[in-house]
Every structure is written in C-alpha cells, then in structure tokens.
Design a binder for this molecule. Structure first.
Ligand SMILES: Nc1nc2c(c(=O)[nH]1)N[C@H]1C(S)=C(S)[C@@H](COP(=O)(O)O)O[C@H]1N2
Ligand SMILES: [Mo]
Length: 430
C-alpha cells in the first residue's frame, strides 16, 4: 500500500466513524500516525452517561471488524490449561458483570502542552463514561488454573497491526494481577449493545479507571506472565515488537529520554509513580484526578434563570480512586468556591458536579479543580520542559510539586492541570 492510499483509507475510515458518531469530531494528528481519533463534544460533560455515538475513539491501526463467530482469545502462559476462548464461551460460561468506567486517553490535554509535543492534539475531548459488560477475568483465570499471585501480570495483545512493515509492532499491554482480579473484564457490550467495531468488536480488555491505552481492543491473546511485557523474547516475537506500547510509548519522561524497559514496578498508581523515586519514567496506569466543565460551553452567552442563578455543571474523576472535592472559580482561578457532587457514584467512573452561581452581567473565566481521596489536587498549569528537568534531578518530579505545575513531558501524557481547561462565558441581562 502506498502512502497516499493509506492516507485515503484513513480519511475514509475516519469519515465513516464520524458519520456513525455525530457527537464526536476529528482531532489532528500532526504526524498522521494514528488512524482514527475522534473527540467527544463538551456537552457530554454535563451528563453522566456518554452515549456510544458520542464516546471518543482512539486507535493506531486500521479498525478491525471481524466475524464474531470466528474470533478467539488465546489464553496461555502460567495457566494449568491453555485455551482458545470463543465468544460463546466468554458470554455463556462466566457471569456477566457491568462496570462503569471513565475512559480517558493518557494523551487527553496534550494539545495544551507548550512547546507542543507530537501526536494527537487532544484538548479536553478524550474522556467519556459508559457501562461495559463482560466476563470477570477473575472467573476466567480461576477456571484455567492461572498463577495469580501478587506481583504477576496479565499481558493482553490486540489483533490489530500496522500496515507499514517498518513499524512492525503489536498492541500489547501488561496489567498487574491485583488489578486484573479486582475488577477487570473481557467486555463484549457497551451501554447494553454489542461493541461496535471501533470500540473493539467482538471483545476487549476493560481496565476500570485506568487510562484508555490499558483497555486493549480486538483482544486476541492473554498471557499470564511473571513480569510485564519486556525483553528480547517480546521485542522480537516472530519479527514483531510487542513491548513498544508498554515500555516506550505511554511513559512519562522529559525530552530526549528513551525510558528503560522494566520488568516490574511496585506501585501502580500513576501519580504515586510520578511522585516517587522508584520509577524514573512512570507508566500510564490509573487516571490522575481531573475535572472538566460541561455547561456552559466555552464562548457561550448565557442568561440566568428566574432566580438569578446559573447552574454550572461538569464532571470530575480520579481513576480508581475516589474524587472527594470539587471547587469552581469564576475569575480564572484567583478565588474558589465549593461545588457539590450529585448523581451516580460508582468506583472508576466520574461524578457530576454542580455550582450554583449568581453572576452579574459580564464576562467570566470559569474553571474547575478537583481533589481526590488522598488529598491530591489538580495543579494550576503545565510546566515548561526546562522546569521538568530540574524536578527530575532532585528526584521530586510528579504532579504534586509545590509550584503547582504539572510536569511537561515528551509524550504529553497524564496532564491534569486546571487552567488550560478554563471556559470563557458571557452572562447577559435576562
Ligand atoms: N488493540 C488496540 N487497543 C487499543 C488501542 C489500539 O490502538 N489498539 N488504542 C488504545 C487507546 S490509546 C485508547 S485511548 C483506547 C480508546 O478506546 P475507545 O476508542 O473505545 O474510546 O483504546 C486503547 N485500546
Ligand atoms: Mo489513547
């Protein structure tokens, strides 16, 4: 396939998905490397459940649309019994559970980095919440006598692959066994419907509350392993590199650094890795605390209700941790008032918040700031690369440094600063 054919296919595929998903829009990828990226509209952040047609989409290779009856997931590695699980087995032999999950691309907010990083220039739109239904991995692994001791890993491989031979990598991710047993599922439905092709038909790994990259679509292999995917055996498995998406992409590191490949880490919390000395270049596992205003829209002119108030509504989340506090500023972050949570409260999914505001007519900069159960609060800004270097030297780094900045990093990952997410609003008289 020539470059121009590939790019035409990509355009066609994106157009088809945008037509099926009217609530999303195409997002530029400066290097033209991601095939499909669609961002959710801001109005989805004023509602708890994201309809599938508004849910953002992100993947690297051509969308697979396989025959459901022909699909199998190979289960192998440290198990008593290897298996090729077909969809009938996955659906009928195990309990069906539904999990609420806020899916966020680890690159959400990357478009706010200065200087800009490469890749998909997401602003706020790469986060959505849905119910995912499937078989608990705890049941599937027990059924096959898997070694599930603490410290072991489950490595998941997607059936998609690049069309360019020179980029012969496979989409593989390793998830620590404690998380797998806790709440991960083999998901075959989203919001009660069979998975559409772009969300991983017929089955994907679903890792609740963790960055989207961990939830491998078009799941084709599961390996119970001692270590996460790394080393020569995985770097060249029949000529393909299975380690890239775990060990080099989706790591948080300063400019010009190639992160070292690791066998394991002892903390799986992204923020904790960012704040600790143990992991030099953190992995993007669970989602950092963050919030987004859904109403009013950026640039909107709004009128107060009969009682003179406006209800500012948004969502706040903290991965598999609880979000415990939400503050709203109407002056761009100088002063803060408490907002309140309402609506559903599930582990690993965002919470709706409201702030009842009584404004005079004029122009305002609204912004929200969330805090999680560990007292970790969204920082104000994204740092500059030189600032990040200084942090790395003293071993501090991390999102919780005292100057209230999120560290600029080369991949533009895990950003959770509040200032870039501000919305400009005009309040009129009526
Ligand atoms: N097999 C496979 N799985 C994948 C990807 C991919 O490129 N290939 N992209 C990942 C990334 S980066 C994200 S953010 C989520 C997005 O899931 P969604 O498109 O269902 O929202 O899928 C993840 N799973
Ligand atoms: Mo992503």
């Amino acid at each position: 396939m020539s470059d121009s054919e590939r790019s035409e296919n990509r355009e066609r595929e994106l157009a088809a998905i945008l037509e099926r998903k009217p609530g999303t829009e195409a997002i530029p990828d400066f290097e033209d490397r991601y095939r499909v990226v669609g961002a959710a509209d801001r109005s989805t952040y004023a509602n708890w459940l994201t309809p599938v047609e508004d849910h953002y989409v992100c993947h690297r290779n051509e969308t697979l649309d396989p025959e459901i009856d022909d699909w199998t997931v190979e289960l192998t590695g440290a198990v008593d019994r290897d298996a090729d699980l077909d969809m009938k087995t996955i659906r009928e032999d195990y309990p069906a559970v539904a999990v609420a999950h806020t899916m966020e691309c680890a690159g959400n907010g990357r478009g706010y980095f200065e200087p800009e990083t490469g890749n998909v220039q997401w602003e706020y739109g790469a986060v959505s919440t849905a119910f995912w239904t499937g078989a608990p991995l705890s049941s599937v692994l027990a059924d096959h006598g898997a070694a599930t001791d603490d410290g072991t890993w489950l490595t998941a491989v997607g059936g998609d692959h690049p069309e360019v031979d020179a980029e012969n990598d496979r989409f593989a991710r390793s998830v620590p066994m404690s998380k797998v047993l806790d709440d991960c599922i083999l998901a075959y439905e989203v919001n009660g419907e069979p998975l559409p092709p772009e969300h991983g038909r017929p089955v994907r790994l679903l890792v609740p509350g963790w960055y989207g990259v961990n939830s491998v679509k078009w799941l084709s292999e599961l390996h119970v392993t001692e270590k996460m995917v790394h080393g020569p055996e995985w770097e060249d498995r029949d000529g393909a590199d299975y380690t890239k998406w775990q060990q080099s992409s989706y790591r948080i590191h300063p400019e010009g650094v190639e992160p070292e490949s690791r066998e394991t880490v002892s903390t799986y919390d992204t923020w904790e890795q960012q704040a600790s000395d143990e992991v030099d270049h953190p992995y993007t596992f669970d989602e950092n605390v963050k919030s987004t205003i859904g109403y009013p829209d950026d640039g909107a002119t709004v009128s107060p209700r009969g009682d003179g108030t406006i209800e500012v509504v948004g969502v706040a989340w903290a991965g598999d941790d609880q979000v415990t506090e939400i503050e709203v500023s109407t002056d761009g972050g100088d002063g803060w008032d408490e907002g309140s949570f309402f609506g559903p409260n599930y582990d690993c999914a965002w919470r709706l918040f409201r702030y009842v505001w009584e404004p005079s007519p004029g122009s305002y900069t609204l912004v929200s700031r969330a805090t999680d159960e560990h007292g970790r609060r969204q920082p104000a800004r994204i740092s500059r690369p030189d600032a990040d270097e200084a942090e790395t030297e003293d071993g501090e780094g991390g999102a919780d440094d005292s100057d209230d900045e999120y560290p600029w990093n080369e991949g533009g990952y895990a950003e959770n600063a509040y200032a870039p997410h501000a919305v400009e609003v005009t309040v009129d008289r009526e």
